[in-house]
Design a protein around this ligand. Structure first.
Ligand code: NAP
Length: 250
């Protein structure tokens, strides 16, 4: 018997893969044999670094710029991938931003920008790949939400609303696509050490994490890899897996 990689020959798109959690997910999927498209919005240099890292371990990847909050940009992105690869097996909706502030003083622009990327972006990407995945009768869609979307957070009304929306979108698309062999699941990280959290006051947060440490991007990537693999997660859809060191238990 030969050992096979779980995503050999597959094409995977990871949005916002130039750093942080997206980067770890991209490396992890490439490690399982997928050719990974490294989407980024502003830093080609960072995206190229991820591609080089994947190439140096013998994997396949290439960078593609697109602003995921922009419908036309997303449609172009998917068209370019389909022209090159003829298929998309795995979509990981990871790109996200924060624009925190108390609700009473929150600028409409800060509300809108977070909703545009963190929620509408997931919709644009899912819609754009859905025709191809329905044709293939096969696909894995994994949405990165947040525990904040499950419990709310003072100062993050925009972010929490978008991430809660992602959970509903995950469940609805899971129901729409299930009969065609496409699964849609979400992963909800807790506090993960990335650029997004580096300026946050983490005092007090650690004591609320039973496992006693902040998460690493690779912790999230492990859950995504599991959900992407045909052999592991074929019978799981519409679910949200929390990767939060036990911070939120219901
Ligand atoms: P990060 O380190 O700030 O990285 C964000 C990524 O998103 C970058 O690759 C960035 O690319 C990309 N991006 C930003 N705007 C974009 C746009 N308009 N179009 C396409 N890509 C865009 O964030 P992270 O911590 O890894 O977070 C990744 C995901 O996990 C997000 O959805 C976040 O909400 C979620 N999450 C994070 C945590 C946490 O504790 N870190 C917890 C729960 C959930 P460029 O640099 O090229 O712009």
């Amino acid at each position: 018997m030969t050992l096979s990689k779980s995503l050999e020959g597959q094409t995977a798109l990871v949005t916002g893969a130039s750093r942080g959690i997206g980067k770890a997910i991209a490396i992890s999927l490439a490690n399982e044999g997928a050719e990974v498209i490294i989407n980024y919005s502003s830093s080609l240099e960072n995206a190229n670094k991820v591609v080089s890292e994947i190439n140096s371990m013998g994997g396949k990847a290439y960078p593609l710029q697109a602003d995921i909050s922009n419908e036309n940009s997303v449609n172009e992105l998917i068209k370019t991938i389909l022209n090159k690869n003829n298929k998309i097996d795995v979509l990981v909706n990871n790109a996200g931003i924060t624009k925190d502030g108390l609700l009473m003083r929150m600028k409409t622009d800060d509300w809108q920008k977070v909703l545009d990327l963190n929620l509408s972006g997931v919709f644009y990407c899912t819609r754009a790949v859905s025709r191809q995945m329905l044709k293939q009768k096969k696909g894995r869609i994994i949405n990165i939400t947040s525990v904040v979307g499950l419990m709310g957070n003072a100062g993050q009304a925009n972010y929490a609303a978008a991430k809660a929306g992602v959970v509903g979108l995950t469940q609805s698309s899971a129901k729409e696509f299930a009969s065609r062999g496409i699964t849609v699941n979400a992963v909800a990280p807790g506090f993960i050490s990335t650029d997004m959290t580096k300026d946050l006051n983490s005092e007090g947060i650690l004591s609320a994490i039973p496992l006693g440490r902040f998460g690493e991007p690779e912790d999230v990537a492990g859950a995504v890899r599991f959900l992407a693999a045909d052999k592991c997660a074929a019978y799981i859809t519409g679910q949200t897996i929390q990767v939060d060191g036990g911070m939120v238990m219901s």
